[in-house]
Structure formats: C-alpha cells, structure tokens
Design a protein around this ligand. Structure first.
Ligand SMILES: Cc1cc2nc3c(=O)[nH]c(=O)nc-3n(C[C@H](O)[C@H](O)[C@H](O)COP(=O)(O)OP(=O)(O)OC[C@H]3O[C@@H](n4cnc5c(N)ncnc54)[C@H](O)[C@@H]3O)c2cc1C
Length: 403
C-alpha cells in the first residue's frame, strides 16, 4: 500500500476493534462506528477463544489480559441424562484456549484502540453506503455520515453492510437451536480447573464450568421451531424462562438445577444462526469479515477466533498489496476454505444436540463414546494451530497462498 488510507470500520464487537488495531499497523487511518449507544457489560454470555485466536490477541499485546481473567480449557467431559460418563476429549497437558465473558473480550480490545488513539464512535448504526469514484460514504441512523477510502463490514451475523454490498446474498440459517445461560454460584460445588462439563440431558443439552473462585459459567441449548430473533427471546419474561428451563432439566443429574437456581442475574437467551459464507466477500471499496460473512455456530467455540484471524489476515493483505481491491480478493482467497471447513465442523457438533426422542437418545448414547474416542485420536491441530504472524509477508504461491 503506497499511501495512508482512511478505513471506515462498521461494528465494534470483536472483529471491528481488532481490524482497526491491525490496519493502523498497516499504515491506515482506521475509525470504528458501533450501533450500540455504549459498550454493554451484559452484551452476551461467554465464548471460547481458541489457541488460534489467542495467538492473534498475543500479536496485539492483549493475550495475557484474556488468559488472566478467562478459564483455561483443557478437557471436555461428556455425560448423559442418567449421569453416565460418555467420554472426554482434549489434552490435560495442552490447553486449547480460554473461555471468557464476551463483554470482557470486547472491553480489552476497545481499551487497546483507545490506547492507540483510534477513534471509536458509539450510537452509529449504519443505514446505507454510497460509492463514488475512489471514495465510499457510510450513512448512519442519527442522520450523520462519513467518507473514507474503504470500508470494512464487521457488523455481525445480521450485517447491514452485507445487505448493502451483496443484496442477493443468502441470509443466515437458523440452526433450530437456541442458547441460554448465565453466571451462577453453588455452595459446595468444587472448582474443576481446565474442565468443561457437557451433559446430553433427557430433553436438552447443558454445559458448565466452575472457576477457581467458585463462579460458574453455564449454558443450555434446546430445540425451537420457527425463526426466533434475539429480540423475541428477550421479550419472554424472566419468570417464564426460569420455569421453562427448570422443567427442561427436571429429570437430569445434579448439579444442573442448583446451577440454574443460583444464577445471579437474568438468564440471557439468543437463537443460534450460522452462515456458511458467500461466493463473494467484497466489492472494490468494501469487504466483510467475521460473522458478517461466515458465521459459525458456538458449538466449535471458533466464532471470535475466526473474526480475530480475519482481522489480522485482512490487514496484512492491505499492507502487502498494491491496490485495495487486490487486497480484498487475496483476503477472500486466503480465508474461504478454512472458515467453511470450521462452519461445517461446528454444524456437525450441533446436530447431536437435537436428539430428544427416546430412540434418538438411545442411539446417540450408544454412538457418542465411539465418536469421542475417534475425535480424541483425530488431531484438531488444523483448527487450533493455524499460524498467523504479523511479521511474515503475505504472498501468493502457484495455485495457493500463504498468510
Ligand atoms: C450482543 C451480542 C452477544 C453475543 N453473545 C455471544 C455469546 O454469549 N456466546 C457466543 O459464542 N457468541 C456470542 N456473540 C457472537 C460473537 O460475539 C461473535 O460470533 C464473534 O465474536 C464474531 O465477532 P464479530 O465482531 O464478527 O461479530 P459481533 O461480535 O456480533 O459484533 C458485531 C458488532 O456490530 C455491531 N453492529 C450490528 N449492526 C450494526 C450496524 N448497522 N451499524 C453499526 N454497528 C453494528 C453490533 O452491535 C456488534 O457490536 C454475541 C454477539 C453479540 C452482538
């Protein structure tokens, strides 16, 4: 890239601030525009940042802050609704990442943008985009607008930027599952460092971990018909949620009900959508990254990590390309195969969570131990050990590319 470029970054979740930080290093002038009025400390539950995502956070100098407040993930231990151990996956000697509150990950990234004097504006919900010559203009809900040299859509799964750039793009698909959960404490429940407990309950899936200080992070997944939205789930009164969830797990082993009852604030619920990706990720002046172009369901714990990888790889492409449209094309070429593989992998895990009829449950419990054994033998190194280093030049090889 030969001269300074003003980069308009739409969305201040995970991909947005990370892209701004790397683009500044690449010599651009990034500016972030976020729809929410302010950072929300209750914006979401928790998510996994895999070894691959932590590597990107280390490149930004914030990996330690996440490791310190997160929960190191080593082993996932699976039981069925009768309390029978079905197996475990993972390596007790090699963490595959950390579980962290989503709001904390966002906060750490936003604080870093502040330290690096990158402007971040809240209350800027994008409503439209206009391209003219070598410039691109973003229009916001409050009537304001801003013009830059290029634009990055980091506005999540229901991306407005995607609708503007790719009006014919297939929408995200509802996986048929909703996720709900919260933060809890249960007297006498011992911390289990490194262990995430997963229970294929009689009617729904349940996961939890107990931190050293006794705080419990928990989530449940249940099947739902239709196409619920985050808003429609939020409108369900808290008491109704509690009753539904208590009934759902009433026949499952301890400590599930104790954990739900010990939840200290509202139970947070959202529908799980995913999107395999789109044939095209960019126009000449704008590109989509993170959930805006390839949304992974949370089953594989890779949504945030892929968004972070995207941010780094995109900025390297901008740094090492002559023209911005070449950078965007190279970015798509480098990322498409990997993200599609992870979206598919995550879908395959989610499908096992749907089993609720006695016959389905019988066969799942029969097959799952074999599946877990096979998973343990099969290395997930392709997912967790993806090398993305800022100092290495991005280049195209014959028929392929390296990042
Ligand atoms: C409120 C919220 C809660 C979440 N909770 C969880 C969770 O508990 N567990 C989990 O695994 N994943 C959760 N996710 C998804 C997870 O954060 C992403 O999968 C992952 O981090 C990828 O990051 P991203 O930056 O691509 O998208 P996101 O993290 O979704 O960030 C997108 C950002 O764009 C903003 N935005 C949206 N529309 C506009 C617009 N028109 N103009 C400007 N800004 C806009 C959003 O407010 C958001 O801050 C949540 C996402 C959100 C938005």
């Amino acid at each position: 890239m030969k001269f300074m470029k003003k980069a308009l970054i739409i969305g201040g979740g995970v991909a947005g601030p990370a892209a701004a930080l790397f683009l500044k290093r690449a010599g651009c002038l990034p500016e972030v525009f976020e729809a929410e009025e302010e950072p929300n400390p209750y914006g979401g539950l928790f998510l996994n940042v895999g070894r691959n995502g932590l590597g990107v956070l280390d490149e930004l100098g914030v990996g330690e802050a996440i490791r310190e407040s997160g929960f190191e993930m080593r082993v996932m231990s699976f039981r069925n609704g009768a309390g029978k151990q079905l197996g475990a996956i993972g390596d007790p000697h090699k963490p595959h990442g950390v579980t962290v509150k989503r709001s904390l990950l966002q906060q750490v990234l936003l604080e870093q943008t502040e330290r690096e004097n990158i402007p971040v504006s809240f209350g800027k919900k994008l409503t439209g985009i206009e391209r003219s010559g070598n410039e691109i203009t973003a229009y916001f809900h409050d009537g304001s607008s801003t013009t830059g040299d290029f634009l990055i859509g980091c506005d999540g799964i229901h991306s407005r930027v995607r609708k503007e750039l790719l009006p014919d793009a297939a929408p995200p698909s509802f996986t048929g599952l909703i996720s709900f959960g919260g933060f809890s404490r249960v007297q006498g429940l011992a911390p289990e460092p490194g262990v995430q407990n997963m229970v294929f309950g009689k009617r729904a899936f349940f996961g939890y971990l107990v931190k050293e200080d006794g705080e419990i992070y928990w989530f449940g997944n249940m099947s739902m018909n239709g196409t619920p939205t985050r808003k429609s789930l939020q409108s369900i009164p808290e008491a109704q949620w509690r009753k539904t969830i208590d009934d759902l797990y009433s026949d499952d082993p301890a400590p599930i009900l104790d954990i739900i009852q010990g939840t200290d604030a509202n139970i947070n619920a959202y529908p799980i959508y995913d999107m395999l990706t789109q044939p095209v990720w960019h126009t000449n002046r704008a590109v989509l990254i993170g959930d805006a172009i390839h949304a992974v369901s949370p089953n594989a714990g890779q949504g945030a990590s892929l968004a972070l990888e995207d941010a780094l790889v995109l900025a390297k492409c901008v740094r090492d390309s002559e023209h911005i449209h070449q950078a965007f094309a190279l970015f798509q070429q480098l990322r498409k195969e990997r993200v599609e593989r992870i979206v598919r992998y995550s879908r395959s895990i989610g499908q096992r969570k749907h089993a609720t009829s006695p016959v389905q449950v019988f066969f799942r419990d029969l097959m799952l131990p074999q599946f877990l054994k096979a998973s343990n033998k099969q290395s997930l190194s392709w997912m967790y050990d993806y090398p993305v280093r800022w100092n290495e030049k991005v280049s195209q090889l014959n028929g392929g590319s390296v990042c």
